[in-house]
Design a protein around this ligand. Structure first.
Ligand code: FE2
Length: 322
């Protein structure tokens, strides 16, 4: 089946590769698409953009979209609200709806993985390409973006030359979360979880976590899981065992996209860092309560029924093998 749900996604396995700046000569900018948007919140859509110095995403904002970027390589300058700061490898950039933003690479071959919510980037890129090809002269008009995307549409592109962006330290720039930074942190024997983007920053739709799994650490999800799960292996490797399927090994930069209603597990083969970029279950609240149980009645965590109730309460379907 052509459009079969792909669970193991490698950097080579994109389904579309778009040249974002075809008229710009040497200023190359490619966008490889890996996963299409799904569900009513249009989440788990992933593309990877490869930028070269000279390229700049014009200043714009989105009405419905939330964009999260993971810097994979190089340095990305993020500009917003008259300030700018630089994100580097391992940092997350999170842009909420109505936050005006622009990004530009400070080094050649700067690469970001982008996880979108609430819009289809591929559709926008294909619309733009079709328009450029059909009307090459009109496409060069300076105000064309406003004509194609007026204020009330999903994205708004500012037409004035960018305001004066003032350099600020990255810690004063809330859109950038450095690799070590977290909004909440929970540690267990072989597993540390760092909250990178809270549900309150995604319109209530999802959370984004950074998982530090020590070698041998194992996570499993149950067949009654109602969400598609999306893990991006940042560094390391895990063995993944989906129920009833051949196991596979996901290495650095591979993604694991688990469909709902399919149980399985993943086990770290060495110390591994994974970004959980599509966490729809209420993991933070779940871990808050787990922490409270650890402090008050730790024996409850050995009671399977208690754990099952807790997971149901928070729509959370992933278990850590203690
Ligand atoms: Fe954007």
């Amino acid at each position: 089946m052509k459009d079969e749900f792909r669970i193991h996604i490698t950097p080579e396995s994109c389904y579309a590769d778009i040249d974002e700046t075809p008229d710009s000569g040497d200023q190359r900018s490619r966008s490889k698409h890996y996963i299409k948007a799904s569900g009513r919140h249009e989440i788990n859509q992933v593309n990877e953009a490869n930028y070269y110095i000279g390229m700049k995403v014009p200043y714009h904002e989105h009405k419905t979209a939330y964009e999260t970027f993971l810097v994979e390589n190089g340095a990305i300058e993020v500009l917003s609200r008259s300030r700018k700061a630089v994100a580097r490898k391992g940092d997350i950039i999170h842009i909420q709806a109505y936050v005006p933003h622009s990004i530009q690479p400070l080094e050649d071959d700067s690469t970001i993985r982008a996880y979108h919510q609430g819009h289809s980037l591929l559709e926008d890129q294909l619309d733009n390409r079709r328009f450029r090809e059909a009307y090459p002269e009109l496409a060069k008009s300076p105000d064309i973006r406003q004509q194609l995307a007026p204020r009330e549409q999903a994205s708004f592109w500012f037409d004035y030359e960018v305001p004066q962006f003032k350099d600020v330290p990255v810690k004063e720039f809330p859109e950038i979360r450095t690799f070590d930074e977290s909004l909440a942190e929970f540690s267990f024997d072989k597993l540390t979880l760092k909250l990178k983007v809270g549900r309150w920053e995604t319109g209530g739709v999802k959370e984004i976590w950074q998982l530090h799994m020590k070698a041998g650490c194992s996570l499993s999800w149950v067949p009654t899981n109602i969400f598609n799960l999306l893990y991006d292996v940042y560094d390391g490797s895990v063995e993944v065992r989906p129920d009833g399927m051949e196991p596979f090994i996901a290495n650095t930069r591979d993604m694991i996209h688990v469909p709902r209603f399919l149980g399985g597990s993943m086990t770290a083969l060495k110390d591994t860092v994974i970004f959980d970029v599509g966490c729809q279950g209420y993991m933070m609240q779940y871990l808050d309560e787990v922490n409270s149980i650890v402090a008050s009645a730790p024996e409850k965590l050995r009671d399977d029924e208690c754990l099952r109730r807790l997971m149901k309460k928070y729509d959370f379907y992933v278990r850590y093998q203690m």
